[in-house]
Design a binder for this molecule. Structure first.
Ligand code: AMP
Length: 280
């Protein structure tokens, strides 16, 4: 495995490794890697001749300065984990390498960026799209792996490849969870022991929501679920939406519906966590 810091080095290494146009798999990350990330990398290693992983805490996708300042960095552990997964290239650029000049690209994702994360984190998805497009241009992968944990991000990336006319295959990967159901996340490292235990209520409530929706209207089920999370110490829901899994538009009824997903963002102390569960 090689650890590279510049675009030039990455392009050179890929040229040397892919002599017979073998397939390249790519996993973009912000580091502080956990088993969720590892599952994406392992899948890429299984499905491609060469796997590249990027570690870059992308400043322009953060709408909250404190969130960026406190984002966990564990580079040495990350490298060790990737080495064990047979990853070929780790790209760890600095800010200037990715953004040598100020960014002025603006994407229009329509409805996809007007709800949930898009509504509560203005500019977030544009920042995600800008960095992912740059990384795609550098690595030129055949396949790129993204977690369903960030369900709206996945929808945005699928739309991005359409907008830019790219034929990179976007591979969705299932959410990995802790034993109590909490979705694995780099931000979980910032929780105290007590907060960490309480944060599991997010996945418990999302899971139970599927049953609630069988016996009560959507609005009532949402309100009941929000109250249950908010009654848990340290927890405060930012949004809970039940949406169509393609348009991400909120649905009024889940009867006869297919492709419906429940998405939540909630604060646990100062740490903002997101998760989702499929309803149908
Ligand atoms: P991040 O480092 O948070 O930007 O995540 C990098 C990639 O890993 C994204 O595609 C995430 O959706 C994915 N990911 C994060 N957490 C998980 C998880 N618990 N299970 C599966 N994939 C995940």
């Amino acid at each position: 495995m090689v650890i590279l810091k510049t675009i030039k080095e990455v392009k050179k290494a890929l040229k040397e490794l892919c002599t017979n146009s073998q397939s390249i798999g790519f996993v973009p990350t912000m580091g502080a890697l956990h088993e969720g990330h590892a599952s994406l990398v392992s899948r890429s290693v299984d499905e491609n001749a060469v796997t590249a992983v990027s570690i870059f805490v992308n400043p322009i996708q953060f709408n909250n300065e404190n969130d960026l300042k406190n984002y966990p960095v564990t580079i040495e552990n990350d490298i060790e984990l990737l080495e064990g997964l047979n990853c070929d290239i780790v790209f760890i650029p600095d800010k200037k390498e990715i953004y040598p000049v100020p960014v002025n690209e603006k994407y229009d994702f329509g409805q996809l960026e007007r709800v949930m994360e898009g509504k509560f984190r203005p500019g977030h998805f544009n920042g995600v799209a800008v960095v992912v497009k740059r990384l795609f241009e550098i690595v030129e992968p055949n396949k790129a792996y993204f977690g369903e944990k960030d369900f709206q991000q996945l929808a945005i990336i699928k739309r991005l490849v359409k907008i830019i006319g790219s034929d990179i295959q976007i591979v969705p990967c299932p959410t990995l969870r802790e034993d109590d159901g909490l979705a694995m996340s780099s931000r979980n490292r910032r929780l105290t022991e007590e907060q960490r235990a309480n944060a599991a209520i997010i996945s418990v409530v999302l899971k139970d929501l599927k049953e609630l929706l069988k016996v009560m209207p959507v609005k009532e089920a949402i309100n009941k679920s929000i109250t249950r999370v908010n009654e848990t110490e340290h927890m405060k829901v930012e949004y809970l939406e039940i949406v169509d899994d393609e348009s991400l538009k909120p649905v009024n009824s889940t009867k006869n519906g297919k492709g419906i997903i429940a998405c939540m963002a909630a604060f646990c102390g100062e740490v903002r966590l997101i998760d989702n569960y499929r309803i149908s």
